[in-house]
Design a binder for this molecule. Structure first.
Ligand code: USQ
Length: 386
């Protein structure tokens, strides 16, 4: 299939591009390096330097023979969207092109406004472009499990059947996010649902949990093909952070009581979930919602797993309960459904000791590059915006 990946420079976008070409698809990537420039502005950087998209596509082409055209530009600008769609008319679009970090969205007023405007404008432009150029195109949109929040009832896969005063209706499952970033994802879902009803678009909205890992089948051959591995408080996700903290002899930063439970998945599972979604498209006029994670863990459980494996490898790997900069439930019920992707054929790769040991080994190899001051800067979520 002809697949356009928006946000093709990112932690998920670049590995997805390689994976889909290796599976025989014809892929192009689009990015404006927003995440790179925000990291630079905030003085944080990934563990390992990541070459730019032109360099990475050239490295991938020389090792694999697959060519991936790269469009560099801003998808909030219609002229650029128009150019990309005219040059590469896709059959499917994978939309990752958003400011992806919850803590960054809570940093200050300009970060909040940027997150809101960027995420919603890109989603709107994707919808308008599909309607204008080819309404049959399947949009696969990366949403987040965080859209649901942590309600005290089971979380369903996107929808809730409601019986009310003797009548029945199916609604989007109630959403109540914990950060502005997560709230923009709810707004994305609403926009997509509106245009599915109005224009009969074909959409899959993937509610993804936090992702961990660095290796994929495609990138092991060449360090230049690795994705960003951020471990700072703004852009790093929790398990990647804990692995690097353990190696840096920095006590693992469990926020508050550590009972916060989420649905996690390996980076390789993200690639398979997205591929399965693209290869089995939603019907016309359907908003298909799939919960994208493989196992649930509390933050305490994650820290203890990392501690056990890291200690067996000679690291101290202490755990420290630090003040929680976020506003979130630290002990709560969590039971989300996730059968849709398994039904499509997903074979999960669970968080085994071997997977953790490999991540720890990688971090240890790059230990000298770790900057501890990036790890915990206490961006409080309940402060006044400035
Ligand atoms: N946490 C800690 N210590 C840390 C970092 C995080 O205890 O040092 C806790 C957080 O308070 C939270 C949990 O770990 O309860 C997960 O945090 P995270 O930073 O790994 O994930 P989050 O900010 O929710 O966002 C990440 C991705 C985002 C994606 C989301 C899926 O950055 O793009 O949408 O995971 S989910 O969390 O299911 O909404």
């Amino acid at each position: 299939m002809k697949i356009l990946i928006l946000g093709g420079d990112g932690y998920l976008g670049w590995p997805t591009a390689m994976h889909l070409t290796a599976q025989g698809h014809n892929v192009a990537v689009v990015d404006n390096y927003l995440r790179r420039s925000l990291c630079r502005e905030e003085n944080v950087e990934p563990l390992v330097d990541v070459p730019n998209l032109h360099q990475r596509t050239a490295s991938w082409e020389s090792t694999s023979g697959y060519h991936i055209p790269a469009f560099i530009g801003d998808l909030t600008k219609w002229e650029f969207v128009d150019e990309v769609f005219r040059e590469f008319s896709p059959e499917a679009i994978i939309h990752y092109a958003e400011q992806p970090a919850a803590p960054y969205s809570m940093l200050n007023r300009s970060a909040a406004t940027l997150t809101l405007c960027n995420n919603l404008e890109v989603t709107a432009n994707v919808i308008f472009a599909v309607q204008q150029f080819n309404p049959d195109v399947h949009i696969v949109k990366l949403g987040t499990m965080g859209e649901y929040g942590t309600p005290d009832i089971d979380i369903e896969e996107g929808w809730l059947e409601v019986d009310h005063k003797g009548r029945h209706q199916k609604f989007l499952y109630p959403r109540q996010a914990g950060s502005l970033y997560h709230t923009t994802k709810i707004m994305d879902t609403d926009l997509l649902w509106f245009y599915v009803r109005t224009w009969g678009l074909r959409v899959t909205d993937l509610m993804q949990g936090p992702v961990y890992g660095i290796f994929t089948e495609e990138n092991r051959i060449d360090e230049n093909l690795y994705p960003f591995l951020n471990y700072d408080e703004l852009f790093g996700t929790v398990l990647n952070r804990f692995v690097i903290q353990a190696v840096a002899d920095y006590p693992m930063t469990v926020y508050g009581k550590g009972g916060q439970t989420r649905g996690y998945l390996n980076l390789m599972d993200t690639l398979n979930c997205v591929r399965l979604s693209v290869e089995n498209p939603a019907a016309k006029g359907e908003l298909r919602i799939l919960n994208q994670f493989t196992e649930t863990f509390s933050v305490n459980q994650l820290a203890q797993k990392v501690q056990r494996v890291a200690r067996s490898m000679g690291f101290k790997a202490d755990i420290s309960a630090v003040e929680n900069p976020r506003k979130e439930a630290e002990e709560h019920y969590y039971n989300p459904a996730h059968t849709g992707l398994l039904d499509l054929g997903l074979k999960p790769q669970f968080l085994t000791d071997k997977v953790l040991a490999e991540m720890i080994e990688f971090a240890a190899k790059h230990k000298k590059a770790i900057r501890p001051e990036q790890i915990y800067r206490k961006v409080r979520w309940d402060h006044n915006l400035t």
